[in-house]
Design a protein around this ligand. Structure first.
Ligand SMILES: *Cc1c(COP(=O)(O)O)cnc(C)c1O
Length: 403
C-alpha cells in the first residue's frame, strides 16, 4: 500500500482538501495572518526548537513511555496492545505539548498575555501552566455552567495565576466561551495571543497544534523501531477536536500502518446523545473553519453529548475531515458504556486509571485486538489520566462495578 504524508498540507490558505480555511470577521484576518507569518518563521528556527525540546524533556518529562499492556491484552484475547503514556506528562495529558508551543510562540512574538476558552477546564489548566512557566498573563474564558461543574480545574487555574472569566451567554458552555474569547481577542490582538485547545479553529491553528503534537508519533516511531517488524500494525486514538489523534498519526501517515480515530457514540445514535462528528455529521462551518459538523437543518451546530467532556464538540479538525474523505484513517465509535468498561479494565488489570476520553480509544482497541488476532501490535494513545474522572465514574457507574 502506498501512502503519502500530509506534510505539504494545509495549503497557503489553510485548506486540507476542501476543509479548514479561515471564516472570520475581516478585522480578525490580519491578526491571524500575523500569527501564521510568525509561526512559519520560528517553526524551523533551531533556537526555538531547542528551547521547546528542552521543556519537553525537563519540564513535561518526555519522551513518554510506550508500555506493553500484557494483562489488558490477554483479556482482550488477540493482538498485543501498547499504550503511549501521555497520561504521565506534567499536568496529566497531551495538551501541555501544544500549550507550551503556543506559549513559546507568544513570547517570541512579544505578547504579554495568553487567552483561551475552556470547556471542562483541561485546556485551561494546561495553558495556565505554560503561562506561569514562561511569565505570561493568562485569561481563560469559561461558561458559567461549566465553572459550576468543574470546580477543581477552576481552582487549579486560579492557583496557577490565571484569571477565569465567566461567560453567562447562552448555555454557559464551551461554544459561548469560544465566542467570548474571540471577542476579547479582537479588542487587543497586539498584547494577547489566542491559544486554541485542539487542531480546530481558523488557519493557522489546525496546522500549528498538529505540528506541536506530532512529537508524540515521532517518539513512538523511534520507540517501536527497536522491536521486531519495527512498526505497530495499527494506531488507535480518541477524537474530540482531534489533537492527540493527529499527534500520534502524523509521523506514520506514509507508513503501512492502519489508523483508527475513535468518536463517542455516547448513549447510542437512537438516543441522539452522542458526538460522533465524522460518523454522523456533514460538512459545515463552525468557529471559523470548515469541517464535518453535527448540525441542524439550518446549519447551526447540534447539541452534543459524551460522558467524556473532552470529546463533546460538534465539529472536528479539518485534517481529520480530509483524512476521512481520502480513506487514510478509519473513523469508528465507542459508546459511554464501552468506554467505562475499558476504564475499569485498564485500572484493574494494569493499575492505570485512564481519562474517560482515552478510555474510548482503549475500548476500541479491545475490539480491534480480537479482529487482528495474535502476533499483531496495536498502539493506543493514552491521551490523559483519569484522576479528574474518578468521582464522576463512581457516582454514575460505580454500582455496576461493585462500588
Ligand atoms: C482534551 C482531551 C481530549 C480531546 O481532545 P483532542 O484534541 O481530540 O485530543 C482527549 N483526551 C484528553 C485526556 C483530553 O484532555
Amino acid at each position: 500500500m502506498e501512502h503519502r504524508d500530509n506534510r505539504s498540507l494545509p495549503d497557503s490558505k489553510g485548506y486540507f482538501g476542501e476543509y479548514g480555511g479561515s471564516f472570520v470577521p475581516p478585522q480578525l484576518q490580519p491578526v491571524l495572518d500575523e500569527i501564521t507569518a510568525a509561526y512559519l518563521k520560528i517553526k524551523d528556527d533551531p533556537s526555538f526548537n531547542r528551547e521547546l525540546s528542552d521543556l519537553y524533556k525537563h519540564y513535561v518529562g518526555r519522551p513518554s513511555p510506550v508500555f506493553r499492556a500484557e494483562r489488558f491484552s490477554a483479556a482482550a484475547g488477540g493482538a498485543d496492545i501498547y499504550f503511549k503514556r501521555e497520561d504521565l506528562n506534567h499536568t496529566g495529558a497531551h495538551k501541555i505539548n501544544h500549550c507550551l508551543g503556543e506559549a513559546l510562540l507568544a513570547k517570541r512574538m512579544g505578547k504579554r498575555k495568553l487567552i483561551a476558552e475552556t470547556g471542562a477546564g483541561q485546556h485551561g489548566v494546561a495553558l495556565a501552566t505554560a503561562a506561569a512557566l514562561l511569565g505570561l498573563e493568562c485569561d481563560i474564558y469559561m461558561g458559567e455552567a461549566d465553572i459550576k461543574k468543574e470546580h477543581p480545574n477552576v481552582s487549579r487555574m486560579r492557583v496557577l495565576g490565571a484569571r477565569v472569566v465567566p461567560v453567562a451567554a447562552g448555555l454557559g458552555a464551551l461554544k459561548e466561551a469560544v465566542d467570548a474569547a474571540f471577542e476579547a481577542y479582537l479588542k487587543d490582538p497586539v498584547n494577547q495571543l489566542y491559544a486554541i485547545g485542539s487542531v480546530v479553529g481558523p488557519h493557522p491553528f489546525p496546522m500549528m497544534v498538529r505540528d506541536f503534537q506530532a512529537v508524540v508519533g515521532r517518539e513512538a516511531k523511534e520507540q517501536f523501531a527497536a522491536s521486531p517488524g519495527g512498526l505497530p500494525d495499527a494506531l488507535v486514538a480518541c477524537v474530540g477536536g482531534g489533537s492527540n489523534a493527529l499527534g500520534l498519526f502524523t509521523a506514520f501517515l506514509s507508513d503501512d500502518v492502519a489508523m483508527y480515530g475513535v468518536e463517542p457514540s455516547g448513549t447510542g445514535f437512537g438516543s441522539g446523545q452522542h458526538a460522533a462528528t465524522l460518523t454522523k455529521g456533514r460538512p459545515g462551518v463552525i468557529h471559523g473553519f470548515k469541517c464535518y459538523l453535527l448540525q441542524e437543518e439550518d446549519g447551526s451546530p447540534s447539541k452534543v453529548y459524551s460522558a467524556a467532556s473532552g470529546l463533546d464538540y460538534p465539529g472536528v479538525g479539518p485534517e481529520h475531515s480530509y483524512l476521512k474523505d481520502t480513506g487514510r484513517v478509519s473513523y469508528v465509535c465507542a459508546s459511554d458504556a464501552e468506554a467505562i468498561d475499558a476504564f475499569f479494565a485498564l485500572s484493574r488489570l494494569e493499575g492505570i486509571i485512564p481519562a474517560i476520553e482515552s478510555a474510548h480509544a482503549a475500548a476500541y482497541a479491545v475490539k480491534l485486538a480480537k479482529e487482528l488476532g495474535k502476533g499483531k501490535k496495536i498502539l493506543v494513545n493514552l491521551s490523559g489520566r483519569g484522576d479528574k474522572d474518578v468521582d464522576f465514574v463512581i457516582g454514575k457507574y460505580g454500582a455496576a462495578y461493585g462500588l
